[in-house]
Design a protein around this ligand. Structure first.
Ligand SMILES: Nc1ncnc2c1ncn2[C@@H]1O[C@H](COP(=O)(O)OP(=O)(O)OP(=O)(O)O)[C@@H](O)[C@H]1O
Length: 223
């Protein structure tokens, strides 16, 4: 089953001499459970692509389907709910709430959505990510790698169809980064979740099932 389909994505900024074609006709699809790395030089359109896949910004042209939903067909409110249920985001800055403990940070999106927390599943995520003994710690008492594992746990918690990660290990040393990415890969396989991850690091990209290369807003390669 395809969990993600991008068709002829275009995102243009500015006009005339200042026109920037951040995305210039990108199409690909991703199978459920696949781990895709997106690489490319600075300015090639990686972050723009991730924003468009996550419905965080509107396209100039093209369509994105997450599972069977064309996200351009959703109203603003519907898209907010859809995103919360179907997409997990992991960013370079961990974006944890400093006054909430690890457990509270992880279940917050589920509670905001008015859903019941699957305590057994949350416990399993905590154990899988090596966070079981940190459940009631405050984020500031954790190392960078631990904080990013909490952010991954939070992204996984709502059992999303797809996880979009923008340089998720950009703030970590390379050993911690590899540990965190290994866990991200392991959890995605275990729970059959699709991952699209931007990275600058070729070693990290090699961990993925597939690498998509961007250049000047175009797909340079897909292997
Ligand atoms: N809001 C914006 N307004 C105008 N131009 C933009 C905007 N956002 C991005 N761009 C331009 O679009 C192009 C692609 O940017 P994008 O951030 O997607 O690249 P990137 O590959 O993620 O780069 P980096 O690796 O440096 O983060 C760049 O030329 C950038 O300057």
């Amino acid at each position: 089953m395809k969990s993600l389909r991008a068709e002829n994505l275009k995102k243009y900024y500015g006009a005339g001499n200042n026109l920037v074609k951040a995305l210039d006709g990108i199409s690909f699809s991703v199978d459920a459970g696949e781990f895709v790395a997106v690489v490319g030089t600075s300015g090639s359109g990686k972050s723009t692509l991730l924003h468009m896949l996550g419905g965080l910004d509107t396209l100039t042209e093209g369509k994105v389907w997450i599972e069977h939903q064309d996200i351009s067909q959703l109203s603003k409110d519907e898209l907010t709910i859809f995103r919360r249920r179907k997409i997990g985001f992991v960013f370079q800055s961990f974006n944890l709430l400093p006054l909430q403990n690890v457990y509270e940070n992880i279940v917050l999106p589920i509670q905001l959505d008015g859903q019941k927390v699957d305590e057994e599943y949350i416990q399993l995520i905590l154990e899988t990510l090596g966070l079981a003994d940190k459940k009631f710690e405050m984020p500031n008492n954790l190392s960078g790698g631990q904080q990013q594992r909490v952010a991954i746990a939070r992204a996984l918690a709502a059992k999303p169809a797809i996880i979009l990660a923008d340089e998720p290990t950009g703030n970590l040393d390379s050993k911690t980064a590899l540990d965190v990415l290994g866990l991200l890969k392991f959890t995605s396989k275990k729970w059959h979740q699709t991952i699209v991850m931007i990275t600058h690091n070729d070693d990290f990209a090699q961990l993925a099932d597939r690498i998509i290369r961007l250049e000047d807003g175009k797909l340079l390669g897909d292997d």
